[in-house]
Design a protein around this ligand. Structure first.
Ligand code: SAH
Ligand code: SF4
Length: 403
C-alpha cells in the first residue's frame, strides 16, 4: 500500500477542489451544445466550445489559464463564471498488485471509489455510478451502505479524468488526437508524436462495476458514456465500455439503442428462489424476464457476447447442478460467464467456494462451449476488489479498513 500524497495534504487538496466544484457551474460533464450555450451567455464566440472541449478531454486541462489558444481576458471571464475542476481526492491507495483506488469527494462531501486494474494487455477503470446502492444484494459491501444518491454525468466522467491524471496519460491522449487529424504526416517532430501515440495507453477499458446500480441512474450514465465515446475527446469505443447491471430489465433494451456497449449481467443464482434471496431485484424482474431482455439486447448489439457474472458462494450457489442449470438457461444467448471468487468484507455472511469447486463449476460450463474464466481477485489488500467498495465516511462509523 502507498499513498501519492501524505493524508493531511490530500485531504486539504480534496476539500479545496470539492469547494471549487461547488462554487461555480462546471463545464465538465456538459454536452458540446450546452458548453456553447454557456459561452454565448457570456458573449464568447461559440466556436471556443470545441477548443475548451479538447483542452478538457484530450489535454486534461484543469484550469482555464492553461488554454493557450484562448485570450487571457477570455480565460479570466470564463474563470469568473465557470470551473473545470475535478472532484477532490480524499485518498489514493496502490495495491501490491498495482491495482489503484481513488476515494473521490464531491461538492456535497459525498464520496465514491474508483479502481484502476492494470493487466498484461489492458488497463480497466472500474467506475461508480451512485453513492452507495439502493439494492441490497446479500454478498455486496456497497449494498450495506445506507446513504445513496445518483452521480451526475460530471461526477462519473471526473473519475476517468482523475485516473488519467494519476496515470499521466494526457500527452499520449493529445498525440493520439493529433495523429487522428493527420498532423503526424508533416515531419520529424510529428513522427515522434506518432511514436508516442502508438504506445498503448494504460487506461483502455471502462467497466461500470463500482458502487451503485448504473441502470437506476440511466440518463447520467448515458450522458457519461456519450462523453467517453466522443471522437473529439476521450474517443473510447463502445466495445471498450461495459455496463454491469443486477437486472433492471426495463432499461436493458434502451441501453442497447442508446449506447450499444458491452452488457454484463450479475446473475449469481440460477433459480428464482435463490436469486430472490441474494439479488433482491429478482423479486421484481425474475430470471426469465431478464434473459428475454438479454436476447433482445443481443438482437440489437449483435457483435458482442453478453457477460454473466457469477459470484462463487460456498455451499450456496456453487453445485454442479447449478452449473448445468446455467448452461440450460443461457441457450440461445452468445454468452461468456465470469466466475468471481467471493471477496470478503467485514461482517459478510458468506465464504468463498473452494478452488476445486470453482474449477469443477467452470468445467461444466466450458464443456457446453461457453467461456467461463475465473476472475482474478485484484486489489484485495486495499479493499478495492469486486463488491468491497464502500465510502470511507460510512466505514469510519464502526469498521476498520486498511487504506
Ligand atoms: N450494481 C451493478 C454493478 C456493480 S457490482 C451490478 O450489480 O452488476 C459489480 C460486480 O461485483 C457485480 O457482479 C457484483 O455482483 C459483484 N460483487 C458484489 N459483491 C461482491 C463480492 N463480495 N465478491 C465478489 N463480487 C462481488
Ligand atoms: Fe448494488 Fe450491484 Fe452491490 Fe447489488 S451487487 S448491492 S446491485 S452494487
Amino acid at each position: 500500500m502507498s499513498s501519492a500524497l501524505p493524508i493531511e495534504k490530500t485531504a486539504d487538496v480534496a476539500a479545496d477542489r470539492a469547494e471549487k466544484m461547488a462554487a461555480l457551474p462546471n463545464l465538465v460533464g456538459l454536452t458540446k451544445e450546452q458548453i456553447k450555450g454557456a459561452l454565448v451567455s457570456l458573449g464568447i464566440e461559440p466556436f471556443r466550445a470545441s477548443q475548451i472541449w479538447q483542452w478538457i478531454y484530450t489535454k486534461g486541462a484543469t484550469d482555464f489559464a492553461q488554454m493557450s489558444n484562448i485570450k487571457k481576458e477570455t480565460q479570466a471571464l470564463l474563470a469568473q463564471h465557470f470551473t473545470i475542476a475535478r472532484a477532490g481526492i480524499s485518498r489514493n491507495a496502490v495495491s501490491f498488485d498495482q491495482t489503484q483506488k481513488w476515494l473521490l469527494k464531491f461538492a456535497d462531501e459525498q464520496e465514491v471509489e474508483t479502481v484502476f486494474i492494470p493487466d498484461n494487455n489492458r488497463g480497466t477503470l472500474c467506475v461508480s455510478s451512485q453513492v452507495g446502492c439502493t439494492l441490497a444484494c446479500t454478498f455486496c459491501h456497497t449494498g450495506t451502505q445506507r446513504l445513496v444518491r445518483n452521480l451526475t454525468a460530471a461526477e462519473i466522467i471526473t473519475q476517468l479524468l482523475v485516473a488519467r491524471d494519476g496515470l499521466g496519460e494526457w500527452s499520449r491522449a493529445t498525440a493520439t488526437a493529433g495523429a487522428k487529424k493527420g498532423i503526424t504526416e508533416k515531419g520529424g517532430k510529428n513522427k515522434s508524436e506518432w511514436a508516442v501515440s502508438q504506445a498503448p495507453r494504460q487506461l483502455s477499458n471502462i467497466v461500470f462495476m463500482g458502487m451503485g446500480e448504473p441502470l437506476f441512474n440511466y440518463d447520467n450514465v448515458i450522458g457519461a458514456i456519450n462523453l467517453m465515446m466522443d471522437g473529439d475527446g476521450l474517443a473510447m469505443s463502445r466495445r471498450k465500455i461495459t455496463v454491469s447491471t443486477s437486472g433492471v430489465v426495463p432499461k436493458i433494451v434502451p441501453l442497447a439503442k442508446d449506447a450499444g456497449t458491452n452488457l454484463a449481467i450479475s446473475l449469481h443464482a440460477v433459480t428464482n428462489d435463490l436469486r430472490n434471496e441474494i439479488v433482491p431485484i429478482n423479486r421484481k424482474y425474475p430470471i426469465e424476464d431478464l434473459l428475454e431482455a438479454c436476447r433482445e439486447y443481443q438482437s440489437i448489439v449483435s457483435d458482442r457476447h453478453i457477460m454473466f457474472e457469477y459470484v462463487m458462494l460456498n455451499g450456496v450457489n456453487d453445485s454442479p447442478e447449478d452449473a448445468k442449470e446455467m448452461v440450460r438457461l443461457l441457450k440461445g444467448i452468445r454468452s461468456k460467464v465470469n466466475l468471481i471468487p467471493f471477496n470478503p468484507w467485514p461482517g459478510a455472511p458468506y465464504t468463498c467456494s473452494s478452488n476445486n469447486r470453482i474449477h469443477a463449476f467452470g468445467r461444466i460450463i466450458m464443456e457446453a462451449g461457453i467461456a467461463a474464466p475465473i476472475r482474478k481477485t485484484r486489489g484485495e489488500d486495499i479493499m478495492a476488489a469486486c463488491g468491497q467498495l464502500k465510502s470511507l465516511s460510512e466505514l469510519k462509523k464502526g469498521q476498520k479498513v486498511k487504506l
